[in-house]
Ligand binder design. Structure first.
Ligand code: NOJ
Length: 548
């Protein structure tokens, strides 16, 4: 569609690029109904452009009953009316392209909505041509076929009286899993991919892609992962699927929790890989397992360094701290009270300058925090509700549980100090964070040392200097539980990243090899004179050095 962007001539454009994730429901409401929409995104184009990012990834806006906020698609080629129309989408793609920003959509193909016409047909009878689009098993002893559970709680099986069998759903029961053993499923999805590619989409984020293959023995499991995560044989499915992306010159980033780096090398191999990048979750421990406020920096260093080294020269990392499924980074990794802006910027520098493609989740660039709701009824997400109930039954307190919920990251984008943070003049679908009064775009644009302006500098630096694109990553071991120090170097010239990721002062001694260095960026006013550096809580320094 757009003539301005050619992915074919520049197949690795995504390596020297920064991604910005938009959660459409909470970005900007242009039609006064309290729900973000596509025209809202278009109207904020100047802001997105001003960040200096190169592509956007949009969470789903397809036709959907919204049981899981659009991750339950009922028609992949239609738009949920609450967001706008297909024409709005085409206009949006075009506007992004005119601003030289590529567009990545979210492709949810592990499952559909139960309102998708494939499923409506499938459940009618076992002879229906769509029956085999989904995963069905006969009852065993008058009950569920096995002990497999859903990630959203309870059994993964739901009985369908019309066919007298059970269908499988890894997520909510309204999200039946597609049967990827059936080649017709792949054919149908391939058509959807081609259709969007013809309309100018530059790539896809592939939802829940490590779950595509299910264990075909359908026996009870001791470890639930054995039923549905990264099951042996998935490589063949992914290799087949990847042909659709390659044919269309599409960039891909797969959501692939639980795929070890040794295997990920195969998934993102620069020649034979299935995807360009994957999101791994070792450093954020997927969803609920996370213990807020207790990040062990030593473990964080190990996890991120494993991926940096593991994919070096043979793959590419997707770098991120936040997305719509995690609480806000400044609240769980950082300190959103006493050190909000310092911890937001120190965390930013730490992950952003590693080797790979950095992603920013909307509002992260402002240091947006978890929301201070004290009642579960203020949260909307079905899985947050379920998780809350379960944790309380296990004895957890409401306070410690509420801060872990993923809705914390889904409150409206904070544009200014007006009601609802300027997101909408109507009561939003989920309340705005009261701290929008002072944490907002309008404020941060004006303050030279804001989190926003720090991110802008990081973006500029990352895209400008090839050393930050190609330079070899090397961890500088500090043997402590506070600091994260590493270098990115190429031909004896490099960057030294020094961050204190804790509420306490830290001391870091750097070797003589960095003697010849210059400060490029910092989030503090403290100057460092010697090689033994006294770091204030959440201090971050970026130096450029030349080795003798
Ligand atoms: C991962 C998505 O990011 C999450 O929001 C969703 O609930 C599940 N996949 C199911 O699609």
């Amino acid at each position: 569609m757009s003539i301005l962007i050619s992915n074919q001539q520049n197949p690795t454009w995504w390596q020297n690029a920064i991604g910005y994730q938009i959660y459409p429901k909470s970005f900007f409401d242009s039609n006064h109904d309290g729900i973000g929409d596509i025209q809202g995104i278009i109207s904020k184009m100047p802001y997105i452009k001003s960040l200096g990012v190169n592509f956007v990834w949009l969470s789903p806006f397809f036709a959907s009953p919204n049981i899981d906020n659009g991750y339950d698609v009922s028609d992949y080629q239609a738009i949920d009316p609450q967001y706008g129309t297909l024409d709005d989408i085409f206009e949006m793609i075009d506007q992004f392209h005119q601003n030289n920003i590529r567009v990545v959509f979210d492709l949810v193909i592990n499952h559909t909505s139960d309102q998708h016409h494939w499923f409506k047909e499938a459940k009618k009878s076992v002879d229906n041509p769509y029956h085999d689009f989904y995963i069905w098993r006969k009852p065993v002893n008058g009950s569920v076929p096995n002990n497999w559970v859903s990630l959203f709680g309870g059994s993964a099986w739901e009985y369908n009286p019309a066919t007298k069998d059970y269908y499988y759903h890894l997520f909510a029961k309204q999200q039946p899993d597609l049967n990827w053993e059936n080649p017709k499923v792949h054919q149908a999805v391939a058509k959807i991919i081609d259709w969007w590619a013809e309309r100018g989409v530059d790539g896809f984020r592939l939802d829940a892609i490590s779950h595509l293959k299910k264990n075909q023995r359908f026996k009870d499991v001791t470890n639930q992962e054995d039923a549905m995560n990264n099951v042996s044989g998935i490589d063949q499915l992914l290799a087949n699927l990847s042909t659709d992306f390659k044919r269309n010159h599409l960039m891909t980033v797969g959501e692939a929790g639980g795929v070890p780096v040794e295997q990920a090398k195969r998934w993102v191999d620069s020649k034979k890989g299935y995807f360009d990048m994957i999101f791994q979750f070792d450093h954020v421990s997927f969803w609920e397992k996370f213990t807020v406020g207790k990040v062990d920096v030593a473990k964080l260093r190990v996890a991120l360094t494993r991926w940096q080294n593991g994919l070096d020269n043979n793959g590419w990392n997707a770098l991120f701290l936040e997305n719509h499924d995690l609480p806000r980074a400044v609240s769980y990794f950082g300190n959103d009270q006493k050190f909000r802006s310092q911890s937001a910027t120190a965390l930013a520098m730490m992950y952003f300058l590693m080797k790979g493609t950095p992603f920013i989740y909307q509002g992260q660039e402002l240091g947006m925090t978890n929301v201070d709701f004290n009642d579960i009824n203020q949260f909307r997400d079905l899985d947050s509700q379920r998780f809350y109930r379960e944790e309380l039954t296990k004895g957890a307190s409401p306070e410690e549980t509420l801060v872990k919920l993923r809705d914390n990251a889904r409150t409206p984008m904070q544009w200014n100090d007006q009601p609802n943070g300027g997101f909408s003049d109507h009561q939003p679908w989920i309340s705005s964070n009261p701290n929008a009064r002072y944490i907002n775009v309008a404020n941060e644009v004006k303050q030279p040392d804001s989190v926003l302006n720090f991110y802008r500098q990081l973006i500029h630096l990352r895209l400008k200097d090839p050393i930050l694109l190609n330079g070899q990553y090397q961890l500088i071991e500090t043997h402590d539980h506070q600091s994260f120090v590493y270098q990115r170097e190429e031909n004896h010239v490099g960057y030294l990243v020094i961050t204190n990721l804790s509420d306490q002062p830290a001391t870091v001694t750097i070797s003589d090899r960095y003697q010849n260095r210059q400060l490029v960026l910092t989030n503090t006013t403290e100057k460092q004179q010697s090689s033994t550096m006294a770091l204030k809580p959440w201090a971050a320094y970026l130096y450029k050095y030349e080795r003798n």
